[in-house]
Design a protein around this ligand. Structure first.
Ligand SMILES: C[S@@+](CC[C@H](N)C(=O)[O-])C[C@H]1O[C@@H](n2cnc3c(N)ncnc32)[C@H](O)[C@@H]1O
Length: 249
């Protein structure tokens, strides 16, 4: 996916909406990542700072790397230190890290560079964690949402369906200085109203690509469905994590 730069670089066009509507990450994940008390963390593709701000709020040093100026501006407004550059081109100026995090961004980074570069920036014993959220709607609601997608966005995969298609290939498999990857899922349930869920849809790069007219039509159709379901829906979701440890030389 990283070669689709149009999608990879689309998030900043709606940076404020991204920050308002895109799901954040569970406290339990952030607490587990910080349990070893890393002296510093690198947050790759930090976007508007959802991960980095949660780390900084717990009193830990964190640096974000983010190529989109508009996303970085939101992160900086939250007090996050950000270098505005792609991860592939980023110069760490010799700094090494105990923890590297990457929420919903690893797919935009060149796989021939990302894993080995992250490993080279980790101290021995340091941890890299990549994570993604998914959302699952109840089947009766989902059946109605599917009809809306068939009408307005037949080429898109429906947000809210079962996530069994998540990639099971170890993203660190080719990097010999990292331990084999391990997976873990943090499950959660979140409530969305008729504004939140359509708002979240607009933060996904494949939905952005529909163009304003078709995206708005899809959002309106989904909004009507949520209204028919009482104006509030629950998504059973989760945060899916791949992590690995830097091996001693
Ligand atoms: C879906 S957003 C995730 C933002 C944030 N990590 C979060 O969890 O909310 C993906 C981010 O990856 C960034 N990105 C795209 N290509 C990148 C690259 N080559 N290096 C670093 N970040 C990149 C985008 O600009 C965008 O901010």
């Amino acid at each position: 996916m990283h070669q689709d730069r149009g999608r990879a670089e689309s998030f900043g066009s709606a940076a404020e909406a991204y920050d308002a509507f895109r799901s954040g990450y569970p406290d339990a994940l952030i607490d587990d990542l910080l349990a070893a008390r890393p002296s510093n963390t690198l947050d790759v593709g930090c976007g508007t700072g959802k991960v980095a701000a949660a780390i900084a709020a717990r009193g830990f040093r964190v640096v974000g790397v983010e190529p989109d100026q508009r996303m970085a501006a939101v992160a900086r407004a939250r007090g996050v230190e950000v270098d505005v550059v792609s991860f592939e081109d980023w110069d760490s100026r010799g700094e090494m890290f105990d923890l590297v995090t990457c929420g919903h961004a690893w797919q935009w980074i060149d796989p021939l560079i990302g894993g080995s570069k992250a490993a080279s920036l980790l101290r021995p014993g340091g941890v890299i964690a990549l994570f993604w959220n998914y959302h699952v709607l109840d089947e009766d609601l989902l059946a109605e949402v599917r009809v809306a997608y068939e009408t307005y966005a037949p080429d898109l995969s429906v947000v809210g369906q079962d996530p069994s298609g998540l990639d099971d290939a170890d993203p660190f498999g080719a990097v010999s200085s990292l331990s084999p990857g391990e997976t873990r899922t943090y499950r959660w349930v979140r409530e969305f109203d008729a504004r939140d869920w359509p708002g979240m849809l607009s933060t996904f790069s494949d939905h952005q690509r529909l163009g304003e007219e078709r995206l708005t039509a899809l959002q309106q159709a989904v909004r009507r469905i949520i209204d028919r379901h009482g104006g509030q829906i629950a998504a059973r979701g989760g945060t899916y994590v791949w992590s690995a440890r830097k091996l001693s030389a």
